[in-house]
Write a new protein. Structure first.
Ligand code: SAM
Length: 450
């Protein structure tokens, strides 16, 4: 039977009583309902053997035992059957009938009154029964450790505490439900949130790509939807490479990179992020590989990054390691690219060693990749269309994409007094990026991992 049909018939029989509609304070006792279920009476000693052959016919619903004691006969058990498949003894398939015969069981089906309670309904069934008919029920949430992070719509707000409690009740390990109450537009990109139900404590612990992070979710930025992006960048790094993470948050690029034996310089302006970044480096035993800073991104680039680049790029020409700069502050990172202009003095390093920037941005343009290339190019005063790659990270809202542009900073941009060389055609040719997407005739194409 197609899944939609199964869902529909389930929702008829297994939907909560109609008088829960409009409930704003959760009353679990109001969800009691009695339904009539077909059952098969069998001797108790053959139940286990029989159940293996009756998987198709048995009732499958979380929280409901498929085998119960027979109230009239303690030597027997009742096997609950699916009311939509099993009507009479004719509903058994031939193989099932054969087993029943072998075990000397009569295929006679009887009726049983089953009481459903709050525990037997799924969260979606509960919310569909409570919220106004025909309106969207909450489809999901982001999980951050013990916290369910919801983004409720206006029509759901009158039910927010009930929704929070249902999420806690129905999702093992979730003990707190919060709702985002603004868009992330503050400097530190953390959410303003309201605790809807459960623990007020926002100190949490998450696992991402096998690393552990601890932080106070109300004070720092964390987005579980970025785990693929964190590992995509980490995979581009090789042991010995240098990573500068300009907007490091609590460490989801810095920690894995350090574990890969890269030298990491990680920075965040938010004192809370800085604190948890230090903590997470220790927690994951990479504190000796990561230098942590609490600076504005521009000061970080013009201070510690500049200093280290002057050293690294001036080293022997034999050096094989790459230098990567990650800039994950999509609403603003492109503006910070201007810090690379004339950042370094002296003779340019060989073009192979020029730092590789991974800069994030949002775009609402019809051609988001080209848009990001043009925006980044405009800040740097160069054209990036033939020498950058753009990766689609995720769709953040209808018609709004998050992207990552990757390119090597040209020597003519990075070093002071390089314009003369450019005029004489001496700027090393920029490398085309060989990442996951191709560019043809300057036309951007994007590749997605979502
Ligand atoms: C979108 S979050 C990314 C965090 C982390 N890299 C990740 O992938 O989860 C951006 C981070 O930049 C920090 N930030 C915002 N403005 C900044 C600035 N001017 N300089 C340095 N860090 C800044 C915020 O505190 C936040 O932790």
């Amino acid at each position: 039977m197609p899944e939609t049909e199964t869902n529909k018939r389930d929702s008829e029989l297994f939907s909560p009583p109609s008088d829960v509609r409009g409930m704003t304070k959760l009353d679990r006792t109001a969800f009691k309902k009695t339904v009539t279920i077909p059952v098969l009476k069998v001797r108790k000693e053959i139940v286990n053997k029989l159940m293996r052959s009756l998987k198709r016919a048995a009732l499958q619903r979380p929280g409901i035992k498929r085998v119960i004691e027979d109230p009239e006969d303690e030597e027997s058990r009742l096997i609950m059957l699916d009311p939509y498949k099993m009507f009479t003894h004719d509903s058994f398939e031939k193989a099932e009938l054969n087993i029943l015969k072998q075990l000397n069981v009569s295929p006679q089906i009887t009726k049983y009154s089953l009481e459903l309670t709050y525990e037997n309904f799924k969260s979606e069934e509960i919310l569909r029964a409570v919220l106004p008919e025909g309106q969207d029920v909450i489809s999901g949430f982001s999980r951050v450790g013990h916290i369910a992070h919801l983004n409720l719509r206006d029509h759901q707000l009158p039910f927010k505490h009930l929704i929070g409690q249902v999420m806690i009740d129905k999702n093992p390990g979730i003990t707190s439900a919060v709702n985002k109450i603004n868009n992330i537009d503050n400097t530190y990109r953390n959410f303003q949130m309201e605790v809807l139900s459960g623990e007020e404590n926002m100190m949490t612990k998450v696992r991402e790509n096998n690393y552990t992070y601890e932080f106070d979710f109300s004070k720092v930025y964390w987005n579980p939807r970025l785990s693929t992006e964190h590992s995509r960048i980490t995979e581009l790094l090789k042991p010995g490479d240098v990573l500068f993470d300009v907007f490091a948050g609590v460490g989801p690029f810095a920690v894995p990179a350090a574990k890969k034996n890269c030298t990491v310089f990680a920075n965040d302006l938010n004192p809370e992020s800085h604190k948890w970044l230090l903590h997470n480096c220790k927690l994951n035993k990479v504190d000796r590989k990561v230098k942590v800073f609490n600076l504005d991104g521009k000061d970080f680039l013009q201070g510690p990054v500049r200093e280290e680049l002057m050293q690294q790029l001036g080293l022997s020409k034999e050096r094989k390691h790459s230098v990567h700069i990650v800039m994950n502050l999509p609403a603003k990172a492109i503006e910070f690219l201007s810090a690379f202009k004339s950042l370094l003095d002296g003779q340019p390093c060989s073009s192979d060693l020029l730092p590789i920037v991974h800069c994030y941005s949002f775009s609402k343009d019809v051609n988001p990749a080209k848009d990001v290339q043009q925006q980044a190019g405009a800040v740097l005063g160069i054209s990036l269309e033939a020498c950058s790659s753009v990766h689609l990270v995720r769709n953040v809202a209808p018609n709004k994409e998050m992207l990552c542009i990757t390119f090597q900073i040209p020597a003519s941009t990075l070093y002071k007094n390089q314009t003369i060389n450019l005029e004489h055609g001496e700027d090393p040719p920029l490398k085309r990026q060989k990442t996951d997407n191709a560019f043809s005739e300057g036309k951007a194409q994007i590749a997605s991992n979502t």
